[in-house]
Design a protein around this ligand. Sequence first.
Ligand code: MLT
Length: 260
Amino acid sequence: MKLKFHNTYLFYTVTGKGPAIVLLHGFLESASMWKKLVPELSKKHMIIVIDLPGHGKSGVVGEMHTMELMAQAVHAVVKHLDLPTIALMGHSMGGYVALAYTELFPSEVEGLILLNSTPAEDSLERKANRDRALTMLQKTPNVFIRMAITNLFAEEDRTQYASAIEQLKEEALQFPLAGITAAVKGMRDRKDRTSVLRQFSGSKYMICGTKDPIVPLTISEILAKHCHTDLIKIVGGHLLLTENYDETVKKMRFIDFLCI
Ligand code: MLT
């Protein structure tokens, strides 16, 4: 399905009936990252999966896709579906968007799952890396996309996941360069939302990979404690649904608002 948003369209799917859960993919990913999980979750939930602006089939809205703008895009779909409240599960960048959504529409969010994600803003070092990424995106975009996807996996696991890495690269290489650039700028300039997570009074969970190279477990442990958020640890890296699907789904059964 598609919905007009600003000057473009957002693509989304709706599967199943029951309490609504919106799934938000990460950077250089799309709705396709959830394809194995949707049949599982949609037995007792309405599952809405959205391609965020500039990713998958959804178009580019502007030069910078702030987390707030992406949250507004998600809200447009939620309002279109006439859903008064939802739960959100966001993978990495999708988690940043979920927190922006929670800040903008606090009374409409009932539950929150940050999967391989963090409420913290970028460190100065990471912001500098984003600037380098923007330069690389201008000069050699395909090299950047390939490198960024490889870097999502721990070095020792790259051979094991070679075909998944190739598949991700093939998909991301189809995304509009302007959309990728807009997301890098949005992530670089996103604000710290530790206080949003801390103050959120619904059920909230961080699901973390023990060797996530992007969101280190040691930092997640500190943040989860500070934000009174349940921390679920899974053996694996930044793409837990690719690297350790069975264990991730098994542990999701402990999440009180997920009926699986
Ligand atoms: C993602 O997987 O969405 C990105 O790695 C997040 C980030 O770069 O901060």
